[in-house]
Design a protein around this ligand. Structure first.
Ligand code: HEM
Length: 145
């Protein structure tokens, strides 16, 4: 598995843990009211699980598993994927840190940028793969299939 996917999966698992912990706290608060202010954590629960966990896991697996180019760099330009990961995690930090509460719009912009950067990295790889006989025929065009 490429380094990018290892890092992204580990980050996704971290957000999964944070997200379900907040969810569990909200659930307990529903059954046994602890403090009404805890409901303010609901947007964080949603952000961590939908963006931090699910979207980040999709980034990791897509970069790893999309068809690779035959020549180097086989996974396209990794710098684009790393930039996407940085934008995504910066946006999550902005939304999670109360002192940065006013930066919500910038955080959404970073999420859009992350999606575009990953799409730019994967665009050329979204194509039919050459496997088995077809690849052998391409590498040895004189031989009969
Ligand atoms: C991938 C997993 C999850 C995702 C994507 C997710 C997403 C969401 C979303 C979108 C809402 C808002 C629903 C609404 O406002 O109508 C929500 C609410 C909530 N979630 Fe989760 N959630 C997940 C897992 C969990 C887990 C594991 C727990 C508990 C341990 C949990 C506890 C809650 C609670 C207590 C609420 C508030 C429900 C209410 O408004 O009464 N969630 N979640």
């Amino acid at each position: 598995m490429p380094r990018f996917s290892v890092v992204a999966i580990r980050l996704a698992l971290l957000y999964f843990l944070l997200g379900i912990s907040v969810g569990a706290l909200l659930l307990v608060n529903k059954a046994v009211p602890l403090h009404p202010a805890l409901w303010a954590l609901l947007p964080l629960h949603i952000e961590f699980l939908l963006i931090g966990w699910i979207v980040q896991l999709v980034f990791a697996v897509a970069y790893w598993i999309f068809p690779r180019y035959l020549n180097q760099p086989k996974r396209g330009r990794p710098a684009l994927a790393w930039a996407a990961l940085i934008c995504l995690n910066a946006s999550l930090l902005m939304l999670a840190i109360p002192a940065l509460a006013g930066w919500g719009l910038l955080a959404r912009g970073l999420q859009a940028a992350a999606a575009l950067l990953l799409a730019a990295c994967l665009w050329g790889r979204a194509r039919p793969t050459l496997t088995g006989v077809a690849r052998a025929a391409q590498q040895n065009p004189t031989q009969e299939e």
